[in-house]
Design a protein around this ligand. Structure first.
Ligand SMILES: NC(=O)N[C@@H](CC(=O)O)C(=O)O
Ligand SMILES: [Zn+2]
Ligand SMILES: [Zn+2]
Length: 434
């Protein structure tokens, strides 16, 4: 499908509300919404059949493994996974090999994503050189590059040194960019592979206490306050983190936070089998944390859902639990899980899904062409969701080059059926259009 195609989405319920409407897209923009529209001659029709039309999803936290581990994911395969998941923009984390701590790498990631053309792949720059936590990376140069880096993170590692974090926050506010923190006090997680609690104790697994996350969330909230900067918390996983973010907001601190689909759905009871697919950072917590994360997301204390899509090779996952690399696939299953954990129980309506999957992430990172209203004159970044489509996840059939999905064999009730990136149909009938 070329960018110049005219597309008619026939009979979609915008934000899942009201009567079905037709949405006409010309030249990458929405040009008309209604029924019995005047149509141009050449128009490619997508039969929506009353499905839910949402603004294209934005993922603030994706790991594509290019450069360095192209055997586990490439910008191309990850873009396909993203489009299938309904994403029109993703932020590719900096923990590649080499690390994305220079403009050469960040520009490459952006350019390669544009070449593939399925989703905007925005590079995340490293906060510190080599993610080593010692010396600030050249943030300004990366921000000024073609990749126009808007977010910096040492994700995979915590910026643990409070002085380095303070400098990064000060620097980020003068550059107008976002620092995203992987909140993990490393002194509290030496050797940790699982949530510190009764399950890990019984299974003999070394525990990662909630305080390892929460102490950094609290510290960084205070550092952001003093620097007059914004800070974003990656993959919030505990009830205490929700409380701290709420407290900090109440103080007027510019803190935002994301939660992953896996932390919304799974808890540490999954570890009983010692299957490495369940190892992730931060670890799966307890059912009470899962409930608090859902409630925090419903109330807007947690701003958005971010996948932390983390592909890993079979040999790095199918091994002893404590040797398995942490991380789970997320892009292709995120919407289904948000529907199951938030929409079905009545915690979010479809407007809420648009907020947490598209509008808030775009706002947080300052993307002006994403998370926009579905309205005439707006860029046609759109996702069509079938809210009554039962499907079973088959990990080997996912577009990702890796298969480490903890959701394998699970059945969900909703699915992305079509995605449009600036009017270009990237997914149709649940299949990537190349
Ligand atoms: N989440 C994970 O368990 N792993 C991530 C790194 C990270 O997000 O911390 C990865 O890169 O594999
Ligand atoms: Zn992380
Ligand atoms: Zn991550």
């Amino acid at each position: 499908m070329s960018q110049d195609n005219n597309v008619l989405i026939l009979g979609a319920r915008l934000y899942g509300e009201g009567q079905p409407q037709d949405v006409l897209v010309v030249g990458g923009e929405i040009t008309a919404i209604g029924t019995n529209l005047d149509l141009p001659e050449d128009v490619d029709v997508i039969e929506a059949d009353g499905q839910v039309l949402l603004p294209g999803f934005v993922d603030l936290h994706t790991h594509l493994r290019e450069p360095g581990r192209e055997d586990t994911e490439t910008i191309e395969s990850g873009s396909a996974a993203a489009a299938l998941g309904g994403y029109t923009a993703v932020f590719a984390m900096a923990n590649t090999s080499p690390v994305a701590d220079s403009v050469v790498i960040t520009d490459h990631v952006w350019r390669r994503g544009q070449e593939v053309g399925l989703v905007d792949v925005h590079p995340v720059g490293a906060v510190t050189v080599g993610l080593a936590g010692k010396q600030l990376a050249e943030m300004a140069t990366m921000a000024a590059g073609v990749g126009a880096v808007k977010m910096f993170s040492d994700d995979g590692h915590c910026v643990a040194d409070p002085l380095i974090m303070r400098r990064a926050l000060e620097y980020s506010s003068s550059l107008g960019v976002l620092i995203a923190q992987h909140a993990e006090e490393p002194r509290l997680t030496v050797g940790a592979v699982a949530h510190e609690g009764p399950t890990a104790a019984r299974l003999g697994l070394a525990g990662w206490p909630r305080a390892a996350e929460e102490s950094i969330v609290a510290r960084d909230a205070l550092l952001a306050r003093d620097a007059g900067a914004r800070v974003h918390i990656c993959h919030a996983s505990t009830a205490g983190t929700v409380e701290l973010v709420k407290w900090a907001r109440g103080q007027g601190i510019a803190i935002t936070a994301e939660v992953t689909p896996h932390h919304l759905l799974l808890d540490d009871s999954r570890l009983e089998t010692y299957d490495g697919v369940n190892r992730v950072n931060p670890p799966l917590r307890e059912a009470s944390d899962v409930a608090a994360l859902r409630k925090g997301l419903a109330e807007g204390i947690l701003d958005c859902v971010a996948t932390d899509h983390a592909p890993h090779a079979e040999q790095d996952k199918c091994c002893e639990f404590s040797a398995a690399r942490p991380g789970m696939l997320g892009l292709e299953t995120a919407l289904a899980i948000v529907v199951q954990t938030m929409v079905t129980p009545g915690l979010l309506d479809w407007r809420g899904v648009a907020r947490v999957m598209s509008e808030r992430p775009a706002e947080i990172v300052g993307l002006t062409d994403q998370g926009r209203p579905i309205a005439v004159g707006e860029p046609a970044n759109l996702t069509l969701v079938d809210p009554d489509h039962e499907w079973t996840v088959r990990a080997p059939e996912l577009a990702s080059l890796s298969h480490n999905s903890p959701f394998d064999a699970m059945t969900f009730g909703a699915k992305v059926t079509a995605t449009l990136l600036r009017g270009r149909v990237t997914v149709r009938g649940g299949k990537v259009q190349s």
